[in-house]
Ligand binder design. Sequence first.
Ligand SMILES: Nc1ncnc2c1ncn2[C@@H]1O[C@H](COP(=O)(O)OP(=O)(O)OP(=O)(O)O)[C@@H](O)[C@H]1O
Ligand SMILES: [Mg+2]
Length: 244
Amino acid sequence: MAHNDTILIQISGVSYRYPGSAQPVLDDLSLTFREQDRLGLIAPNGSGKTTLFHLIMGLIKPDQGTIEVFGKKVEKPRDFIPVRRKIGLLFQDSDDQLFSPTVMEDVAFGPMNQGKTREEAIEISRKTLAFLGLENFEERITFKLSGGEKRLVALATILSMEPSILLLDEPTTGLDARTKSRLIDILNHLNLARIVISHELEFIQSVTDHIYTMENGRINLDEELHIHQHHHVHRHGKQPHKHV
Ligand SMILES: Nc1ncnc2c1ncn2[C@@H]1O[C@H](COP(=O)(O)OP(=O)(O)OP(=O)(O)O)[C@@H](O)[C@H]1O
Ligand SMILES: [Mg+2]
């Protein structure tokens, strides 16, 4: 089998309905995600993108269908222990990710939880923070960080666990243009399989190879999206101008 044929995540016929809601959010969704895949998802609010990530991580359980990660069916809480070691989920809301008083404690938490010594965890956290350009953030108080700073620190908490797959849920939220392009550089220096959810076309096409949308609770794999850049000059005039 060729290296990049290895299936990392296999989702087969997964359906999920939140308790108390009438409609399923995901309905018979299937996806084969292979080594070195860099997949983008662009879909309207409420279409189930975040729900899909939560199912992969075992935060919620499918009503129907199966999920296999690294060739193993994941069902019981115990099955997800290796999954959470190898898949780094960047939560849509950074406040769901950050819970320690200081940045260093937050970034070192994952590696320590994986059995690294305190010294090893601090060492890897320092390297990760430096890689993200956050050298001086170690002693910063997490809850006092700005939204964009939290986004990068949240990414650091994932990268310090040295995952082999990244699931990034709207990573650019709150990032200014310069930080966004820094994030593009960072992600392109990481040779990691990834699924990236974003509403930002330019960003998503910079960090993924294939982009799909979600419809009716499924990923529309029949239709790959090709984004064309739209460059033009605006006149200051009376004519209104619409973008499609
Ligand atoms: N805990 C919950 N309980 C009930 N319904 C929920 C819950 N979480 C999400 N939903 C509903 O499920 C649907 C899908 O939500 P989800 O967060 O997966 O969408 P999304 O595609 O990530 O949207 P967005 O682009 O806004 O982040 C929405 O209609 C949402 O209201
Ligand atoms: Mg979402």
